[in-house]
Design a protein around this ligand. Structure first.
Ligand SMILES: Cc1cc2nc3c(=O)[nH]c(=O)nc-3n(C[C@H](O)[C@H](O)[C@H](O)COP(=O)(O)OP(=O)(O)OC[C@H]3O[C@@H](n4cnc5c(N)ncnc54)[C@H](O)[C@@H]3O)c2cc1C
Length: 477
């Protein structure tokens, strides 16, 4: 393999690791900013969005306006609407009255953007990074290149329960590989572990084809029911820049509590999908009069897996009664989400990077704390749920985060992000958190204190976070 060494050694302003939606958004919003030159690298040959889970019926869980660019710059040429217009199907799209856009279509849109930008390099894995005096040196599988700043957009890793690791293979696998494994479940018993969106999509796929039905599906979830995503208007306020600003100012313990509390706003199952599964089972059991196929095992935790004469035995704990139960399965599909892990390509600078409780210490502009010159920044995408809130792994704040990073690199407001209107009074609550005494509304009081009408001289006691609530989960467990 030929390694390109840039002998002229131009130092790029920004080098990006990974071209998932998040660094793609950054690249798209950088496209009209000639003062910042950048290059992005991805190990894959071309863009495809979570290929193993790109099921034909899967829909995006947000409005299509939460595309790569629109929420900060609707005039950018790489919006979803621009993609539809370019492909001469905007009228048909509108006439189609889609409630949600298919994930396949968003993947194609992302792919189109990835082919339109000249500074994206696919088929080129980043292997190593180190720092020399004033710049980072990046080694990919094809070149060595220098950059002033980095943007780490290499995504999350599959979360595999430790008890499943020794069994991984053709019949026990993480959902990220689902479509690569083929649909060989006819007449078999399948265990689906995880009661979030991914688990629900897999259950839907397993029961979709009358001619290829499994004998049984055990759908196992530690949650107490197969819960919908909270898409209500006030819950959606959590997915706004103003809320992210508010959240950033909270104490770490309060942040951790809120992330748990807000699980269903980000990790619940789409209502459409729950309806579709329910209606499909009604059809199979009541109209076709087939025996029950899906066995719903909520409140069950997977503890262990034993090999059992060519199939598998799952050992479960039932939360409600603490009882142990055993179910058998020919195939186990782990819909157990994704988690952040320290990227291997950072090993050359790992001794300089500050970790707090196993996470990056993330600044407000999405750069991380590190023991290097302040003028060289390492920005992180999809690694700040603990510091910036539950929207971090989600498409909702993607464009805003990219614009925040661009403003930080430029040292000026290339994108105007100030003064966004909000349905809630997050900024007023923020001043309460920081201990300032400020009038925030005629009937605002902390939890537990009697509501009263404020006279102008009244002080407002700081916002008190709601008390702890149960379950924890990652994006789609
Ligand atoms: C199935 C699924 C559906 C989702 N649907 C939604 C949704 O509808 N709405 C929503 O808001 N959120 C959704 N999400 C959450 C989130 O939007 C996506 O996971 C999104 O893809 C995250 O983008 P990313 O850029 O961080 O990472 P990824 O999409 O994972 O991309 C990371 C990229 O980095 C590359 N890479 C990794 N290491 C290297 C390296 N060393 N060198 C070079 N390249 C490297 C990988 O090849 C990959 O292309 C979904 C998540 C999943 C798993």
């Amino acid at each position: 393999m030929n390694i390109i060494i840039n002998n002229d050694f131009e130092t790029h302003d920004l080098l990006g690791v990974g071209i998932g939606p998040f660094n793609l958004s950054l690249a798209a919003l950088l496209s009209p900013v000639p003062s910042i030159n950048s290059k992005f690298f991805d190990a894959r040959d071309s863009f495809i969005w979570h290929a193993g889970q790109l099921l034909p019926d899967a829909e995006i869980q947000v409005t299509h306006l939460k595309d790569l660019v629109t929420l900060v710059d609707p005039t950018n040429p790489y919006s979803f609407l621009a993609y539809l217009r370019k492909h001469k199907r905007l009228y048909r799209f509108i006439n189609g009255k889609f409630t949600n856009v298919l994930r396949k279509e968003f993947s194609q849109y992302f792919n189109w953007v990835s082919q339109s930008l000249p500074n994206l390099h696919f088929g080129e894995a980043v292997q190593d990074l180190h720092f020399k005096k004033s710049h980072f040196v990046m080694q990919t599988t094809k070149r060595i290149i220098k950059g002033k700043h980095l943007s780490l957009g290499s995504g999350l890793a599959a979360n595999v329960p430790p008890c499943a690791k020794p069994h991984l293979g053709d019949t026990v696998y993480h959902v990220k590989d689902f479509l690569m494994k083929g649909n060989h479940w006819k007449g078999k018993t399948v265990a689906v572990i995880g009661g979030g969106q991914s688990g629900a999509e897999i259950v839907q796929a397993l029961i979709a084809d009358d001619k290829n039905l499994p004998a049984a599906v055990n759908w196992i979830s530690s949650r107490d029911h197969f819960a919908p995503m909270d898409e209500s208007v006030f819950a959606n306020e959590i997915f706004t820049p103003n809320y992210s600003d508010f959240f950033y100012g909270l104490e770490p313990g309060t942040k951790a509590q809120l992330v748990k509390q807000q699980t269903l706003a980000s990790d619940g199952i789409s209502n459409n999908l729950l309806d579709a599964i329910y209606q499909r089972l009604y059809y199979l059991e009541c109209i076709e009069q087939l025996p029950k196929i899906v066995n719903f095992l909520s409140n069950h935790q997977l503890d262990d897996i034993h090999a059992n004469q060519g199939s598998h035995q799952l050992i479960l704990t039932q939360h409600l009664g603490d009882a142990t139960s055993v179910v058998n399965a020919d195939i186990i599909i782990l819909c157990t989400g994704y988690r952040w892990q320290f990227p291997a390509y950072l090993s050359g600078v790992s001794d300089k990077i500050v970790l707090e409780n196993g996470h990056f210490a993330v600044n407000e502009d999405f750069s991380i704390e590190w023991d290097g010159p302040a003028q060289n920044k390492i920005y992180v995408q999809n690694a700040a749920r603990h510091s910036h809130g539950v929207a971090d792994p989600n498409l909702s704040l993607m464009a805003w985060r990219s614009a925040t990073i661009i403003n930080s690199i430029a040292g000026q407001d290339i994108y105007d992000l100030e003064g966004e209107s909000s349905g809630m009074n997050w900024h007023a609550l923020q001043s309460g958190v920081s201990g300032e005494s400020k009038l925030v509304g005629p009937a605002y009081a902390t939890l537990g204190s009697p509501v009263h009408n404020f006279a102008p001289s009244d002080t407002v006691v700081p916002f008190v976070a709601p008390t702890e609530v149960g379950a924890s989960a990652t994006w789609n467990t």
